[in-house]
Write a protein that binds this ligand. Structure first.
Ligand code: ASP
Length: 332
């Protein structure tokens, strides 16, 4: 019913929102995620679910609007992720999980499938939108991955907005962190620490180019400058317009070791199998075999969308090449 409503809205709300671009142009598609984990209906209030759905819809529409107006896949990915970073509901930007020491350290990356350019930041605590910093690293520096205070100095030098570390803190995440330090509330921790809530987006533009991006606060209670898979090109993010755009979410240590995003893309390219089939093999067989949980969103050059995860749920939303919008949280 809700899907129907969104499709109707797409059709009637704006003449711009035509799924079919002008003739000769490539049909567009976009998918986003807000993390995978122990997301079960019984643990979710109706208000929270409604708020999450609304924010996913807003991010999805913002990205799709860029695409149907002829914008780049990179810009669609950037605006979708920025929208989710600004929301306290997700573990990225404002609302990031707390480190063991009670701070917030964020990672983000973005990749342009058209030329294999990429940018990323890791362990940043003052950049309001880490995905914009990743984009700036790609567009305005000779490097791919900047970390910590250096990444912040670079971001300031290119005019990005820096904020006080307190900006990222939320009561929900503070309580999650506090509870996780108390053995008596171990049950609360186990119910919440698997809610990864990282965000990501993949998009296909009218020029036929693919792009992917991912942004996260990492994992609750991480220590010692731990960096996850999200800013690692080939692990949490990968895009190559010949084959794939992929953004991952899950237990980062495993995603790095399995080079998840690049492996999925390479399997599809070398084995000449559908991208979703490659994703299913990696997420359901390899990662499960390693004892790892998580998921990916994938998009191929024809606009086929994959939303693949081995957890009870994954916040996910997409608009396919026909303009059909879908927003889902739990397992089908
Ligand atoms: N992959 C992220 C990390 O390990 C966490 C997540 O996806 O929620 O940092």
């Amino acid at each position: 019913m809700r899907e129907l409503l969104i499709i109707l809205l797409l059709i009637i709300s704006s003449p711009d929102m035509n799924a079919e671009p002008a003739s000769g142009k490539h049909p567009v598609a976009i998918a986003i995620h807000g993390g995978a984990g122990t997301i079960i209906k019984d643990n979710m209030s109706a208000e929270k679910e409604a708020a999450i759905r609304a924010k996913l819809e807003q991010a999805l529409m913002a990205g799709h609007k860029v695409l149907i107006n002829g914008g780049d896949a990179l810009d669609a990915v950037t605006i979708a992720i920025t929208t989710l970073e600004d929301s306290p509901l997700f573990n990225a930007g404002k609302g990031a999980v707390y480190t063991y020491d009670g701070s917030n350290e964020m990672d983000a990356s973005i990749m342009d499938g058209g030329n294999l350019n990429a940018g990323a930041v890791a362990g940043v605590s003052r950049i309001k939108n880490p995905i914009l910093a990743a984009r700036a690293v790609m567009d305005q520096s000779p490097h791919v991955l900047l970390s910590g205070s250096g990444a912040e100095a670079f971001s300031a030098s290119v005019g990005l907005k820096l904020v006080e570390p307190a900006y990222f803190q939320t009561e929900f995440r503070r309580q999650q962190w506090e509870n996780s330090h108390k053995p008596a509330t171990a049950a609360i921790q186990s119910a919440t620490d698997k809610w990864f809530s990282t965000v990501g987006a993949v998009a296909l533009d009218q020029g036929g180019d693919l792009a992917a991006g991912t942004s996260t606060g990492g994992m609750l209670n991480k220590r010692w400058g731990r960096v996850g898979d999200s800013p690692i090109i080939g692990a949490g993010t990968y895009a190559d317009s010949r084959t794939c755009a992929i953004s991952a979410t899950g237990h980062g240590e495993f995603f790095i070791r399995a080079a998840v995003a690049h492996d999925i893309c390479s399997r599809a390219r070398y084995l000449k199998i559908p991208l979703t089939e490659a994703a299913e093999a990696v997420i359901h067989k390899d990662l499960v075999g390693m004892g790892a949980s998580g998921g990916v969103i994938t998009l191929d050059p024809s606009g086929n969308i994959g939303l693949v995860f081995n957890t009870p749920g994954m916040y996910r939303a997409s608009i396919d090449t026909r303009g059909k919008a879908t927003i889902k949280i739990y397992r089908p």
